[in-house]
Design a protein around this ligand. Structure first.
Ligand code: 26W
Length: 829
């Protein structure tokens, strides 16, 4: 290892670092002047927001520079978390909290007549993810920094993130998310860094000047990637990591020859085509689309990230040999799986390493996390598309495949079917490249995201790979960050917990177990219940103000918020609401304590059934909420535009968390953890992390219903027919008839027909099979809620026993078992 650069301690700025309120006020006004060109009296709210954000960012940079400098000097392993999505949520309140300057900033602004809360509310979050997978990546970035593990999150800086959801006449309407419109002050552009990424063209094979075989990929078009860095601060430490997102830019701003001949439009065409790569996040969740642009996005960000890692590595080394000792690459699902091929291409073609050495580096560096068992979510690319866009990567993929299949042949002689199943190329019908197979072949570690999911992975979709290398398979159950989802989202609960057990739980969530004895302390329980009531009231006020929906905070707040998907079974929930409604019409005093059933979530724009479920929720809400004979015993609300910001208001306000997916379908779930950590009880199936949540909180404090994953399998094997179930299910029949009657569609009898028919004829997610069990379990919930003391005791025990589900625990497991990466202390001068 040769030193190529000497390093000097970075200078520490003498101003802009103070955490004192007066200094914050001074710097805020200075930023208003120097950054916005405004003075206080004429500044807009956005000016105020930006000036405060820059004031906060200035204070983050000291930690950032110190961390970068320390990491540069260390021989520690850096985690490169490769993810097509990062759903980081609003930054202002979080960064104020991490720096410990929320109150000083609030006071500084108050002296100027500005409300901090208004500025926090004004911020638009970067919606650079669809849901669970992207939010998990953000929780992991938080935990990596908090655990002092050097890490870079690599992804795409989409110009448009996940669409904004509006509701018109009960239907979802998608509106482009222009999140960058007013500026994103947390990022720092590095236009001086650019990496070229090639698409198309052809490969020339031959010998180089020294007579060594070389493949040269030329022609086609080259797109440049340039990074934008957002600092991610650890909590209670001085470490900072970075989220580095790539933007695509054209190599040439204008095609001059076209421009000179007067064809102005053609001159900008190439530019538009190149820059389209980072234009928009694909809004499909769990449904693979096979669009060429998505393949380009994946190759683009993977190639930029790996070139960047090698560039950084070569600042201190003369050759990339040893790369894997300094980097642990984690593939967040298969979206970045091309990293296996691209790292090989860079090492072999660009840096001249022998194949075997490059392969050793690649597989020692790379690990893969799977997030789904749904077959329709498994990515496979049509071979002709792959060949056309990525001719050289395809050759490398073929070579990886050839060597891999040779190994399989040795282990399983004569087993041609196995060979065909494991090949990186699916040869049946139209040929396709299988990304999950590629991720498995190139990784030393393969994990699922909850115990049940990891077990099912090894038995089903990845079974052959498990047979070949069982030692590579492991489980890391997901976790969530308590900083954002308790401390920031639920300050009153935070204060109560801290008063009871001290503040160490924010960095060591297992300490929540110290709360156990308080479950039997009547005074504490009363305050806990008050905190919950206030969170419900706050949420109800916002719902009334923003959407004109009124809910009584004294009713049972029953919530299901997550992407809308048939496997998550929001329709099971609505159907029981309909059954309850019909029952209340028959027996006005039945039905248990008054409930507010709250839904939220986006549907993929092309997913008709999910959109119809949203329409149904609105149809039912319209009828139920207008029915004065119910005397407020039941209300239904749909919260539009579920995102991180709204989520932080919702979780603390829930009494009941609906986690009701068909067993065996939800890989883990993380919303289930956020609810329970905020003192909601769960009604759920034995699916994903529900299994582990129930084990830990105790079965008396969890409402379980439904078929198990094994029973679901058996049911299908036996030949499941929903019509047979319906014959003996009068309540379900009544609910489905109500849908068909036009009651919830202003007389339109056909509106819900596709949904009803799907349930009656096929019922792919066993809604009918689980309906009776669900209804019965909801009655248990009603009975339990009617005993407020016992309910609150269970809620407290839920909180006390959720310590395991911190993303800090997950990251510790990744770090020790998969990455072999450790903490690095950062000292501020
Ligand atoms: C190719 C289309 C596509 C897009 C996104 C397929 C699959 C995805 C993601 C893997 C979907 C996703 O977000 N999965 C969720 O990941 C969470 C974090 O591990 C889990 O908690 C959820 O159960 C899982 O659905």
């Amino acid at each position: 290892m040769t030193e190529k650069r000497r390093s000097f301690a970075p200078p520490v700025p003498t101003s802009r670092t103070s955490l004192d309120s007066a200094e914050i006020e001074k710097d805020f006004l200075e930023n208003l002047f120097c950054q916005q060109g405004k003075f206080h009296e004429v500044a807009t709210r956005n000016d105020h927001y930006l000036a405060l954000a820059y004031t906060v960012r200035d204070r983050m940079l000291q930690r950032w520079v110190a961390s970068a400098h320390t990491y540069f000097d260390q021989a520690s392993r850096t985690v490169a978390y490769l993810s097509a999505e990062f759903l980081i949520g609003p930054q202002l309140d979080h960064n104020l909290m991490v720096l410990g300057i929320t109150e000083p900033a609030r006071q500084a602004l108050a002296r100027l007549g500005i409300s901090l809360d208004d500025l926090v509310l004004h911020e638009e979050e970067p919606g650079l993810g669809n849901g669970g997978l992207g939010r998990l990546a953000a929780c992991y970035m938080d935990s990596l920094a908090t655990l002092k593990i050097p890490a870079i999150g690599y992804g795409i800086r989409y110009e448009f993130g996940i669409f904004d959801q509006q509701i018109r006449d009960g239907w979802q309407v998608e509106v482009a998310d222009r999140w960058l419109r007013l500026g994103f002050p947390w990022e720092i552009a590095h236009p001086d860094i650019e990496h070229p990424v090639r698409f198309g063209g052809h490969v020339e094979h031959g010998d180089d000047a020294e007579g060594r075989y070389r493949a040269v990929w030329t022609g086609g078009r080259v797109v440049m990637g340039t990074p934008y860095d957002t600092p991610i601060l650890g909590y209670g430490v001085t470490n900072a990591n970075v989220l580095r997102l790539w933007q695509a830019i054209s190599v040439q701003s204008l095609d001059l020859s076209a421009f000179n001949t007067g064809d102005h439009y053609r001159a900008v065409e190439e530019r538009i085509a190149s820059e389209t790569i980072s234009r928009v996040l694909y809004p499909s969740d769990q449904a693979y689309s096979g669009k060429a642009l998505r393949l380009q996005q994946q190759y683009f960000f993977v190639s930029c990230s790996l070139q960047d890692m090698i560039r950084i590595y070569l600042q201190k080394h003369t050759s990339p040999a040893g790369f894997d000792a300094r980097y642990a690459i984690q593939l967040n699902d298969t979206h970045p799986a091309l990293a296996v091929v691209e790292l090989m291409r860079l090492l072999v073609d660009e840096h001249g390493l022998p194949w075997d050495e490059a392969w050793g580096i690649t597989t020692r560096a790379t690990a893969y996390t799977n997030h789904t068992l749904l077959p329709e979510a498994l990515e496979t690319w049509p071979l002709p598309m792959f060949r056309e866009l990525l001719p050289r990567p395809l050759e490398i993929l073929y070579e990886i495949n050839r060597r891999f299949l040779d190994d399989v042949r040795v282990r399983f002689p004569g087993d041609d079917e196995r060979l065909a199943r494991m090949s990186l190329v699916d040869e049946h019908g139209e040929k396709r490249v299988r990304m999950a197979n590629l991720a498995c072949v190139g990784s030393h570690s393969i994990n699922g995201v909850a115990a049940l999911h990891s077990e099912l992975l090894a038995q089903t979709v990845l079974r052959d790979f498990h047979d070949l290398h069982p030692e590579r398979f492991t489980n890391v159950t997901n976790g969530v960050t308590p900083r954002r989802f308790v401390q920031l989202a639920n300050p009153e609960l935070t204060a109560l917990l801290t008063e009871a057990i001290g503040s160490s739980w924010t960095r060591d969530l297992e300490r929540l177990s110290d709360l156990e004895p308080f479950a039997h302390d009547a005074a504490f329980a009363a305050r806990f219940a008050e905190v919950k009531l206030r969170a419900k009231t706050r949420f109800a006020e916002r719902l009334r103000r923003d959407h004109g929906i009124s809910l009584d905070p004294h009713t049972l707040f029953d919530m299901q918020v997550k992407r809308i998907h048939e496997y998550k079974r929001q329709h099971l929930n609505v159907l029981r609401v309909v059954a309850l409604y019909l029952k209340l019409k028959r027996e006005p005093h039945g039905g248990g304590p008054p409930r507010s059933v709250i839904f939220g979530g986006k549907a993929a724009p092309g997913y008709g059934m999910a959109k119809l479920i949203i329409r149904l929720i609105h149809g039912v809400a319209e009828v139920v909420n207008a029915d004065t004979t119910l005397q407020s015993r039941l209300r239904v609300a749909f919260v539009p535009d579920f995102n991180v910001k709204n989520a932080m208001l919702l979780y603390p306000a829930a009494d009941l968390s609906e986690q009701i997916s068909t067993a065996g379908k939800e890989a883990s779930g993380t919303g289930n953890m956020k609810f329970s950590l905020n003192g909601a009880l769960t009604i759920g199936t034995l699916d994903g992390a529900n299994v582990e949540i129930r084990e830990r909180v105790g079965k008396e404090h969890f409402f379980l219903f439904g078929l198990t994953a094994a029973e679901v399998e058996a049911r299908w094997a036996k030949g499941y027919r929903p019509a047979e179930v319906l014959e003996h299910a009068p309540e379900l029949q009544g609910a489905l008839e109500a849908l068909r009657s036009g009651l919830f569609s202003r007389g339109d009898r056909g509106m819900y027909e596709p949904l009803v028919r799907s349930l009656v004829e096929v019922d792919p997610f066993l809604v009918c099979a689980d309906f009776a069990s669900y209804l019965e379990c909801q009655e248990d919930v009603s009975r339990a809620f009617s005993d407020p003391r016992a309910w609150t005791r269970s809620a407290i025990l839920n909180v006390a026993r959720m310590g395991y589900f911190s993303s800090d625990r997950s990251i510790r497991e990744y770090a020790s078992r998969i990455w072999r990466a450790g903490p690095v202390d950062v000292v501020l001068d």
